[in-house]
Write a new protein. Sequence first.
Length: 273
Amino acid sequence: MRPKPKHWQPEYGAWFQDAGIVAAYPNRPPYPPETCTILTGLLAADVPRAVLDVGCGTGDLARRLAPLVERVDAVDLSAGMIARGQGLPGGDDPRIRWIRAAAEDAPLAPPYALITAGESIHWMQWDALMPRLAAALAPGGALAIVERDWEGPPALWARLLPLFARYSANKDFQPSDVIAELESRGLFRKTGERRAGPAPWRPTVDEYIACRHSQNGFSRERMARGEAEAFDAAVREALRETIEIGAVTERDGRLELAVTAMVVWGEPLVPEI
């Protein structure tokens, strides 16, 4: 099987254990409320309502799904992410079983009526992971891959793109479609998709900048000396410019932005040898 795109290799995924990314992660916008409605609608019938959330991070999905199901097994390699998630609202829900492990070899308790992967599956070793997920799913269950979009209006995005190219520590980054990459390798069969949102997101400028440091390429620990401060100043200026031209609204010290989520679901497949 051909390798994954270089910018999704394990050495980059390991950066999510960095203390700076862990600290910044709660600044990400919540998934739109209907995301959980979509996900619970995918639960397999006639089996316990158990969910496996792979690459759970701070539990942005797991903590919201837990009150709606019988159990969530929330798996992440980063001890820091799990510790942070346990301290966030809903993180102490007894229906969540936090598991510090790689999804490829975590101790699972199948069958699962649903498996979720929120902004995470691109970091995993697909040839090892997908057969495990296929075996762990209950009949009629689905793997749901969820991605958030908080990029803002085109005028802001146009200003941010060159900053990302200049300052990102992940110099191998190339735009890629994880669903297309999985399907092209015979590892996933898409059966549906649905967009959630938009939902309001009102961060302060500082919270918005912190959110950017929750992303792989902007780990403060990985950016060159002085680059994080320069990046922050440049993003701050981009926001100022878009506010000035009316493309972004700032009210009561908060930006008026929005977040959407795309839920794509289907079957994890065992690759042909």
